[in-house]
Design a protein around this ligand. Structure first.
Ligand SMILES: [Zn+2]
Ligand SMILES: [Zn+2]
Length: 349
């Protein structure tokens, strides 16, 4: 079968590999589609060998049950499923509570909990094997359209759920970065809160799409952005800022526009630095009482919530479809900021 693999640091190629077979407790999935994520760009660019290579990438995948391993109950052949992007040990306390994104087994062994395309063979292939526990039924959703929900949908959902107590109807929230995760974050906020939602991006073309995803206001991230937020919030600031970029300029913006007792939620991994100045005003930063949260991945509960919202047509990834064989070119386009919404790789049928 064809599989898009990180062969060695910096080398990403589509190659022929053998079809895997499910062991006890596992399921073979015929892949419908696999989303390409900003973290795949990071993985390919990384100089270190974090994982043993070659490794098939793809941590947001959906497909159909093709073959069921021994001892697996509750799944049927041909059933469409979403594959979780993080595979904990399944036995530690966070894992049994559905928080495989905080698995204690991996916490002491790896810098990140492993998953498909992050240590295990991922979904950018014709077939993949997954532990039965990590499969979530999609019902009547199209698995090609649903694939990006596996990361770009569930990661913002988790981030939003962590600050749910802030999200009252009278507050303003900001979403920085209207990309793969950001465009779904806007829809999630629209569907699950009554907050005023402000989208921020440095690309006017992306920003033009934001109202269609649920934003009430848009702010171009330029030298006037802080002043615009002051006007929008009568100088109070924004209750929660979600930063889906994570570069120093976006972190600085978040740190500046967050309201007293608000929260900054940093999801993006662009390698930026955020400064905390432990001093009184006017020098202190951020304002008093501000929480900083750095969420990772999602819980099982978040995954069910995202699938439920998609089934009720409250959440839909904006996708562009590409043949799996074009994976390296699509990765380059994503890196160059040329992908709107999410690119999904479709294996040959
Ligand atoms: Zn990702
Ligand atoms: Zn665990």
């Amino acid at each position: 079968m064809r599989a898009a693999q990180l062969v060695e640091p910096g080398v990403f190629e589509v190659r022929d590999v053998s079809i895997p077979q499910p062991a006890a407790g596992e399921v073979l999935i015929r892949v419908a589609g696999a989303g390409l994520c900003g973290s795949d760009v990071h993985l390919v660019a990384m100089k270190e060998r974090l994982f043993s290579l070659p490794m098939t990438l793809g941590h947001e995948t959906a497909g159909w049950v093709e073959k069921i391993g021994e001892g697996v109950a509750g799944l049927e052949l041909k059933q469409p499923v979403l594959i979780a992007g993080i595979w904990g040990c399944g036995r530690c306390r966070p894992c049994v509570e559905g928080h495989e994104n905080a698995c204690q087994y991996w916490a002491t062994r790896m810098p990140v909990p492993l998953g498909p395309g992050l240590g295990f063979p991922g979904g950018m292939a014709e077939f993949m094997v997954a532990p039965a526990r990590t499969l979530f039924p999609l019902g009547d959703l199209d698995p090609v359209e649903a694939a990006p929900l596996g990361d770009a949908g569930v990661t913002p959902c988790h981030a939003i759920n962590l600050v749910r107590r802030h999200l009252r109807a009278d507050v303003t929230v900001a979403v920085i970065g209207v990309g793969g995760l950001g465009h779904l974050a806007l829809q999630l906020l629209r569907a699950t809160t009554a907050c005023r939602i402000v989208a921020v991006d440095n690309d006017a073309a992306r920003l033009a799409l934001a109202k269609g995803y649920g934003a009430d206001e848009t702010v171009l991230s330029d030298e006037h952005a802080v002043e615009t937020f002051n006007q929008l919030t009568r100088g109070l600031g924004v209750e929660v800022v979600f930063d889906f970029v994570g570069a120093s300029p976006t972190l600085t913006l978040a740190n500046t526009i967050v309201a007293t007792s608000g929260a900054v939620v940093v999801v993006g991994l662009a390698g930026g630095t955020m400064t905390v100045v432990a001093d009184s005003p006017p020098h202190g930063l951020p304002k008093w009482g501000v929480e900083l949260i750095r969420p990772y991945g999602a819980t099982s509960r978040d995954i069910y919530e995202v699938i439920g919202l998609a089934q009720r047509k409250k959440l839909k990834a904006d996708i562009e479809r590409h043949p799996l064989d074009e994976a390296p070119a699509v990765l380059a386009a994503l890196k160059a900021g040329k992908v709107k919404g999410r690119a999904v790789l479709i294996p040959p049928r």
